[in-house]
Every structure is written in structure tokens, then in C-alpha cells.
Design a protein around this ligand. Sequence first.
Ligand code: ZN
Ligand code: ZN
Ligand code: FE
Length: 754
Amino acid sequence: MPKLERIKLQISGIVQGVGFRPFVYKLGRELGLNGFVCNTAAGVTIEVEGDKNSVEEFCRLLPLRAPELARIDKIERRSLPCLGTDGFVIISSKSGEAQTLISPDMGICDECLADIFDPANRRYRYAFTNCTNCGPRFTISKKLPYDRPNTSMAEFSLCAECAREYYDPDNRRFHAQPNACPVCGPQLTFCDNKGQIIAGDPLKTAQEALRNGQIIAVKGLGGYHLVCDALNNEAVAVLRGRKLRYGKAFALMLPDLAAVKPYCELKEGEEALLADRRRPIVLLNKKSPCAIAEQVAPHNKRLGVMLPYTPLHYLLIEGFSALVMTSANLSDEPIAFEDADALRRLAPLTDGFLLHNRRIVRRCDDSVTQVALGRPALIRRSRGYAPEPLELPLACSEQIFAAGAEQKNTFCLTKGNQAFVSQHLGDLENSAAFDSYLRELGFFKHIFAITPTLAAYDLHPEYLASKYIIEQTALKAVGVQHHHAHLAAVLAEHKLQDQAIGVIFDGTGYGTDGKLWGGEFLVGDLRDFRRAAHLAYICLPGGAKAIREPWRLALAYLAETFGFDEANKIAPEGLLPANADLLWQAVKKGINAPQACGMGRLFDGVSAILGVNRVSDYEGQAAVELEQAVTCDEAAYDFADNGEVIDWRPLIAALIKDIKNSVAVGVCAARFHNGVVKMTLEQVQKLSEATGLKTVCLSGGVWMNNYLLSKTVYELQSRGYAVYFNQKLPVNDGCIAYGQAAVAAARQNKETKL
Ligand code: ZN
Ligand code: ZN
Ligand code: FE
């Protein structure tokens, strides 16, 4: 007689809406165990009873065989007296039960893909096919619990066949909330740009339009895309003109991995990232020559590529080598995701609309990634990643709302040691963007049942999100310096509780002295920091204008290095306008010339002096093009170290000397990058000697530069430093909210201890 045992397991993590209960049910039956599985407020509860060996086997296999979309954070186990029950059952959710987590949207799984290309399958060529292992989640959710009536699938009632699948624990569509088929589910329509429905097969009409070089808006998961044939130069040029976007690259969708190879080089890690079910956009090096229209990514050696992630994409892309898939908005506006709004706003941009009647509830842009140092690095964390929580290194008794930065905004809400970072919400510079911020904030508070009592904000007095918090008098508010938030984001992600050296290189962030910082060497921990060294300040001639017009920075760097008259004489041809002297006089009088020390600005200035980029279409363009200009790896320009201030004048002088000596642009660009690496090493070594610290954290948008990052990390590691940078969040301002939350939690913890 085998020894009987009964245990109770409490599982937390992403275990609801991902096929977890049927998986447990099947595993239990397979091992001949009795018991039940049910959803609870905390996650999933399981009780199993049977012979000891089978129970142990059950516990061993549970995490190993868990469904693809599940994420088990914790399993608690307890022994119970045996009850002698018979059979294994799934107990259905009681209504009103708070559910814990919601899965991000996931790209179509292989089985569903096989379904839509199998002529014998009832879902043959059905654009809304999904199952418990794939499909929309976050973007169709109105509230929790994650049950069909609380999603935009509520409007569709299951047909008999779909209902049978839905209630059959052996079916992979058991409790798949968005389950649908051609009989009962959402349908496609095609209409012209006046909103008139065009008769016929919508998909064929759309493909025909694309083949004719037209631009169409396609309704996707988290918003609309503007789509055209990426090999058609003319179509891409028209799209640029209509979108009023001239420099920034358009994202591409290619049918599969094999289709990527003719156009892009694939380094280690890039194939896996492309094929990842989260389906991010991956930045890849273009092959040369490359048949993709030059206008897709002008002056850019890289292409942003993703593979199809919905059944609709797979069907649409048939017969095409590559499609442009750019988010459907005018530059700087939030992505369109509601039908009426889309029809109105996008009509002037498109020749037609491929629509469907499943409502997009949440806006969610495509995520953007690259492979850095062989590992995936996020540039924009959104679809497929949000709202999966990150961990904080310490739990805080209060729930926190961290407002984030102004650009590349995300916000963050915390509960215990979980941090819910929103999807990328873009730049909060106008009221439309801020409205959408408040809407998402309301949704996150509701869906994760978080009522914050503590708030964290950036010190910049003009940031809309900071102003909003300061107005909320009911909340205790903590101001967090921008670059400290960058440092804290790295510390928190890697669970580093001790002090570290932070090398924070970005464009701008408000400093405690009221100036714009961004070339920072900090020493600090989660609670506090001190500014140990920084780049020398420079005036931004024309204020914010200088960010889009790097030649203005070139003027400032040259004039500060050589004096204006000399600078005017030696400036490379075509760099300075005839009236540069008037502009410089204004700067000297302090008119519209804020002081800044961002490393990003130095990149801009050098890029402009070298003639790589003098006027930018998007923030960061000059720096991106400067990185891509590097052709070799030799020598380094020097900075001068004046105690806490790092002087770039020797670097600018050496650069001008090289230009006079006709040294190639690619060599100058390399010497500049190497100069920044060398200076970083020197500063870190100096700080390490003074403090004994051997841990270095890198953060800030400048570190998206792969050449700079790889070289710096390599050099630091080979000198025995432990080097960390943001990996689960972007190094750019997309990490600020999480960093702010970590600082607020750490400070709060200190207070409770006292
Ligand atoms: Zn599936
Ligand atoms: Zn059906
Ligand atoms: Fe920043």
C-alpha cells in the first residue's frame, strides 16, 4: 500500500489567463492524483492528493512544464490531512475575485499559425485566431478579473463549436477569453479614406492597394499602423511626406527569419530576439547593397525589423518581401487606437483602412530592442512586455506612484516589492499625450488595485507629470533628481543595495543647482547620491532649439574653446551661419541660453563640427549618426580633468586639428568615442580609489550607443569592476519612473526603521 499524501500549493506570478489551470488539471490527471485547482486573489491554489512519489513528481514537473506565457514567481507548499476525495477538478473563478496579474499581449503560437494555413481547419485564414498560449490580453482588457465580459470580446458570443473548446479542459482554447472563429468572432472590413466600406475580400483589397504603391492604415493590437510596400521607393517617400517625418527610420515587418537575411546582418542573439513571442522591433545592421527603399531609414546603417505577431499580419504580408509598419500618428502625437479617432486623424495620411470590429481598449506601441553585448536590450518597453511587473529590491509598506520623466515617459506603480511599469507613453509635451497618461494611470490603479499614498517625481519644475503630483496634495511627494533615478533604476533592477559609482550620460535632466545635467559621475545608493564629477557646462544657444539644431552646439563648443572670433575663422565650411556673431552675443548676454552639461549635447556638437549631422529631424539623430560614422578603432582625444569638472576643450581642439589635417571623419568619430571611454575609465578609477567602490552602473540614453557601451564595459570589466546597466528597462528615460519608485521605497524604508 503506497503512502498517501495531500498538499496545498499556492502559486503567485502570471498564472491567470495563460492556460495555467488546464495545465495543472492535465498534469494532475496524468499522475493519477486527486484534488482541484482554482484561481484566487493571490494567484492559483492547488490541492493534490495521492501516493507520495506522484505528489513529488507533480511538484517537480509543475514549474518545468508550465505554459509558455506563465511566469511563476513563488510556490508555497503546505501539508494537509488526506481527505480521500476522488478525481481532479477545475473550480471556476468566483465573480468579483481580485486577480493579480495580467499577461502582456503575445505573438501567435505555432499551433494557431498552423490552424490559419490549414485549408481543412475551421479557422483557415481567420485573422483573429488565438488560444491560451497566444493572442491579445492587455490591449483588450477593460478591468479585472481577466474574463471575457471584462474584455472587448464581450460583444461577441461564442458559437457552439467555440464554446465547446472554451469549456473543454483538454482543449488548448479552454478558457481562452478572446477565443473566436469566423462564425462568431470579429471580422475584417476595408474602407477607403473617407470611411466608405469597399465590397469584396478586405484582405485582398488591402494587398492590392499595397501592391499599387498605396498607403493603408491597419488596425493592430495596441494601435494602428501605416503600412506600405517597403521595396517601393515612391510609396515610402509619399508616406514620409504625409507623415511629416523626414529623418526617423520607419519600422519594417518581414515575413519570417529567412526573409530578414537578404537585407540585414544577423549577429548572435538577434535571431532569437526577432523570433521571441513578444515580437519586438529589433535594430539590425543593413546589408549593403540593400533592396529596402532608402527612404525607410535615410542616413541610417540600421533597420528596425519585426516579424508578424498577429494572424492578420501573417495573412497580410503574404506575397510581400517587406512592409513598412510605422505607428499611425503624425510625428509627436500619440498612436491612434480608437476607430473614430483613427478615421478622422488618419484619413489625410492613408489611401484606405483595413479595419476590424474588435475594439482596442489599451493603446500599446511596438517595443523596440537591440542586442547589446550579446544580450537583448530594450530601447522602448511596450507591447509584449508591459504590464509584466518588475521586482523592487525592497518592499515598501506604502504603495507608490512614480510619475516618470517628460520624454519617453512611463509611469510606475508599486505594491509590496512589485513594480508595475506602464507601457511606453511617449513624450508628454501636449495635453493629448497627458490625457492619455492620466487614462492609463487610472487603468493601472484599477486593474492592479493600487491606491498610492506616496508619490515620486522629477525635479524639473516644467514637467507636466511633476506638476500633476505637486498638485495632488493628498499624496506625500518625494522629488527625485533625474540622474539619481537613472542610477537607482540600475541598482534596483540588479538588486544592489550598497553604494555604487554611477556613470549617467544622457541629454538633459534637471539638476539640484537648477542647471541641466547629463554628463554625470555620481556616487550613491538607492536613497541618496552625491555628484562626484561632471562635464563642464555649455550654453545652449537658442535653448530647446539647440537640441534639434546641433550646429548651435558646435558654435558654443568652438566659441568656448577658441573664443568667438577664432572659432568663426576655423569653423569647418558651412557650419556657422553668417549671423553667428549676433547669436553668440545673445548667448553671452544670457538670452535664451540655459547652461547644460549633457553628454548627449557633446555628441551633438561633435557630430555637427564633423559635418555628420547639423540639423536633426529627431532627438538623438546627431549622436546616432556619429556612432555609425565610426570606421576604425584607434587613438583617443583627451579631456582635461579639473577636479570635479571635466573639461572638453582639449578634445574640441584636437578634433579641429584633425579636421585641418584632413583626417577622415570615421577616424575622428572613433577618436571621439574612444576619448569618452578613456575619460570614463579615468574618472571611475579616481572615484574608486577615493571610495573603495568597485561597482559601476551605467544609465542614460547615450548608452544606447553600442560602440560606447561595449567598449566601456569591456575596459571596466578587464580592470576588475562589476559593471551593470539597465536591461529589463531602457537605459533612456523609459527607466526613470522605476528608478524614482525605487528611491521613494528606499527612503520610506529608512524612515520606518528610525
Ligand atoms: Zn495559439
Ligand atoms: Zn466560434
Ligand atoms: Fe535621462
